[in-house]
Write a protein that binds this ligand. Structure first.
Ligand code: UFG
Length: 326
């Protein structure tokens, strides 16, 4: 039995692939290398190609005894999605539809889907539970919500069961130091702060100091990438035991402000990271904090790295040993 992982050479995907391989799963890792890294394969069988390539998918499903798909492959730059929505709807939505079509053709009826906190938009209440109203504020978030909606219908009509993992802020790196976060261009807070600690950038910009939060900077819920990987494995086990389609929010339930993140990074790195306060970034919600009670009670999810300091320590371990990425 094998599992198809899409986007398994990317940041979250590669950490899940490593966890799957470590417990003896046979992984076929489909990635088009648009953002992935071959060095992150972790012993999986890599196939270079596109999730929208129906013939390639048919070949993969005909060759390997695949029971399920973990679907990470997607574009995820929120700002870019506003400027070029077509890129997001074609890749994230249309290509996912193509893949689902071939899955149904081959009778493959289990999927773990990488969704996002971006489906909620500006929250009405925090912590955010699974049934919080969905109102994405950008095409990226909308593309993720649309796939959830498609998956709900396919579950009802075709019995294709899926679990939607809605990540809040994925962060950290595998403690082995073998794989980590390497986005080009980088726009996420923690890697940018660590690049400033490495002297690769002069300072970190704080986007807004007048938000309605205790220190005026935005609050986010950071979750270790290995904990996300663990959640995916629990989801896969549950689907294999017959679990019905459902969604889980994935965070730690603790919010940290941008200033707090920078402070913890100073402590971890021992570097005086320079920060400058600039204008707000358009489209940022003030506070995003998850309630992950549902996955804790349904699947026994237990984060191994819940505190921010450990998350940043593992990220720092990766960044200082790979200052230029892979
Ligand atoms: N930030 C800064 N300076 C920077 C970069 C970020 O102050 O140079 C701030 C942002 O304004 C935000 C926080 O740091 O308040 C975290 O920003 P990230 O870019 O690291 O992450 P986001 O919260 O914007 O994005 C995350 C996921 C996205 C998802 C989004 C949902 O990475 O995939 O949450 O809103 F779409």
């Amino acid at each position: 039995m094998a599992i198809l992982v899409t986007g398994g050479l990317g940041y979250v995907g590669s950490h899940a692939v490593k966890a799957l391989i470590e417990r003896g799963e046979h992984v076929v890792n489909l990635d088009n290398l648009s953002y992935g890294h071959l060095e992150a394969a972790c012993g999986s069988k890599v196939v270079i190609g596109d999730i929208g390539d129906r013939d390639l998918l048919r070949k993969i499903f005909a060759t390997h005894d695949i029971d399920s798909v973990m679907h990470f492959a997607a574009f995820k730059d929120v700002g870019e999605s506003v400027v070029d929505p077509q890129k997001y709807f074609l890749n994230n939505l249309a290509n996912s539809l193509a893949m689902l079509e071939v899955m149904l053709e081959f009778g493959i009826r289990m999927m773990i889907f990488s969704s996002s906190a971006a489906i909620f938009g500006e929250p009405e209440v925090v912590p955010i539970t699974e049934n919080h109203p969905k109102s994405p504020t950008n095409p990226y978030g909308r593309s993720k919500l649309q796939i959830e909606e498609v998956l709900a219908e396919y579950s009802r009509a075709y019995g294709l069961r899926s679990i939607w993992m809605r990540y809040f802020n994925a962060a950290g790196a595998d403690p082995s130091g073998l794989i980590g976060e390497d986005h080009k261009p980088e726009f996420h807070l923690i890697p940018l702060v660590l690049e400033a600690a490495l002297g690769k950038r002069e300072s970190i910009k704080i986007f807004g100091n007048d938000w309605k939060t205790p220190d005026g900077t935005c609050i986010r819920d950071y979750i270790h990438v290995n904990d996300l990987a663990q959640a995916h494995l629990l989801g896969l086990d549950a689907l294999r035991k017959g679990k019905e389609t459902t969604a889980y929010n994935l965070g730690n339930g603790n919010g940290y402000s941008v200033k707090e993140v920078i402070e913890v990074a100073r402590e971890v790195t021992g570097k005086n990271i320079k920060a400058e306060e600039v204008e707000r970034r358009e489209g940022d919600p003030a506070v995003l904090v998850a309630s992950s009670e549902k996955i804790i009670s349904d699947l026994g999810f237990q984060p191994k790295f819940p505190d921010l300091k450990t998350i940043i320590e593992t990220a720092w371990n990766w960044h200082k040993n790979h200052p230029d990425g892979y």
